[in-house]
Design a protein around this ligand. Sequence first.
Ligand code: NDP
Length: 347
Amino acid sequence: MTAEAAAPETAYLHFDALVDLLGRILEVHGAPADVAHELAHNCASAERDGALSHGVFRMPSYVSTLHSGYVDAKAIPQIDDVAPSMLHVDARNGFAQPALAKVKERALDKVCTQGLCIVATHDSHHLGALWLDVEPFARQGLVALTFVNGISRVAPHGGHRPFYGTNPMALAVPRHHTDPLVFDQASSAMSYGEVKLAQDHGETVPPGIGIDQAAQPTVDPKAILEGGALLPFGKHKGSSISMMVELMAGALTGAAFSFQVDRRQHHGAQTSRSGQLLCLIDPTRLVGAGFPDRVEELVQGLHDSGQARLPGDRRYENRRRSHSVGIPIAAGVRARLDALLDPAARP
Ligand code: NDP
């Protein structure tokens, strides 16, 4: 989905105004102010950058999850300093981004002294786009890599039912005098949000995205989401990447695997109670100040080889456009957001 398909009745909101609106919605439905701000900032950033599957489209999911009792929005994460370069975070059934915000300074201290830090978070709910978790570290000169597991929606290669989460991963590295190089992708052939958006818009999805209840290939998003399953990208190779994400974000953090996440007792819950692994590396410890030069060398090589568009280019371009003209919010979307300001709203 791109930010370009704006409806005629579209208003252009300033970033801060959108953060404020989304934060008020989350507070109305029970999130404490700091948690509401963190999630609102994350959601508005995704919308600003044209990552629409994790932008304001997710607000009903946040509201619904808050009312389901599945997540504890007031949870205070417990941070254990388990090794010179490791922090183990128990998010205590709270949201992942506020937990990351709380651990950030301590992680950076460890990177300063040790050259790297691994932050292993479990019992956390992540409903955002991952690159927002890593890009800020690359702006501080670090290499940042993260994995998140989630709700079982993806059949393993050759499998016939949901097993893996859509299991995203993101990497951000610093560049000279320009935005970090970031890639951020689900390990499913399409993210759940994109398939849901296709369903909402009455569209089909391309072949190879999912299977139906009978494990037959289908382009019908409803058949994929209701009884069927998404497929991993790249057949067996993507399936193994998804397995890696389960191991890194689930087994290594102490979190549930995606197939163990059980929301049945919590009607309306739309997040996963799972885990996140974040690895931060100071490249200067390994290769001195030359790392960004090597990144440029690689980027130049990619351009010379014919890859004009790099991962992250689209989002940065959308961000620049949003900064100059505002974030496009269609009238219907705005009306649905405003309706969520009602404490009685139940999406
Ligand atoms: P996309 O397939 O849209 O994009 C994946 C990556 O590929 C991006 O870095 C993108 O850059 C890049 N890219 C896309 N097209 C090209 C191209 N033609 N040439 C070079 N690079 C390209 O993302 P997904 O659908 O896989 O994931 C969408 C979002 O969903 C992600 O932000 C992810 O973190 C999030 N997600 C979150 C989950 C959670 O549990 N919290 C679960 C699953 C997904 P660009 O961004 O510039 O387009």
